[in-house]
Ligand binder design. Structure first.
Ligand SMILES: [Ca+2]
Ligand SMILES: [Zn+2]
Length: 187
């Protein structure tokens, strides 16, 4: 009896460690108006984002992010420190799906416009729209940048102030870092 208990316990302990070592963050996506090729492109980018979010390098990038005044903080950070923002990303609790599920939940619509908008979303909708004019030409790292930008909007981060502040906001700042880290991983 004692042996069986020890064996079961060891098995559970092993499972917990194995899970921890493999994956801590996930994506879950609904596609609208996509063909199979474009779905595959976006899934590839989401897989890369998940791998980057799980990395120590991403943690350091968020924790050490500096704004244009040299402070270790984002602009338009909703009053949150870099540590808190990092935790919110890991929690994956979108404003409209507030359960912390460690999952990047995405509902993406493919559309075409000749205009210069790459992607957009609304605060009151879980959906994001991506412009095929850009997405059909983008590589995985560029798609990762835009998807991560849009997803941080779903966490409640914005860029309301002037365009000159954009590089230090969460959507633009971490979108750019995401592209950089994905590019590095894919080399
Ligand atoms: Ca989620
Ligand atoms: Zn935006």
């Amino acid at each position: 009896m004692k042996t069986l208990f020890a064996a079961v316990f060891a098995f559970i302990a092993f499972q917990a460690v194995a899970q921890d070592a493999t994956q801590n963050f996930y994506h879950n996506v609904v596609f609208r108006d996509f063909n199979e090729t474009n779905k595959a492109k976006v899934v590839k980018a989401l897989d890369q984002i998940v791998a980057v979010v799980e990395s120590a390098e991403f943690r350091d990038t968020v924790l050490n992010f500096k704004n244009n005044k040299g402070q270790t903080a984002f602009l338009e950070n909703n009053g949150f420190s870099n540590e808190e923002i990092y935790q919110q990303i890991l929690d994956g609790a979108e404003k409209l799906r507030p359960t912390p599920d460690r999952t990047m939940d995405m509902d993406i619509t493919w559309y075409y416009s000749w205009r210069s908008t790459v992607g957009y979303t609304y605060a009151n909708s879980p959906r994001i729209w991506v412009n095929s004019k850009f997405y059909s030409k983008y590589d995985t790292a560029s798609i990762s940048r835009n998807l991560f930008h849009e997803w941080t909007h779903k966490l409640g981060f914005g860029h309301e102030s002037g365009t000159k502040n954009r590089p230090w906001t969460v959507p633009y700042g971490l979108g750019a870092k995401m592209e950089e880290l994905v590019r590095k991983r894919m080399k």
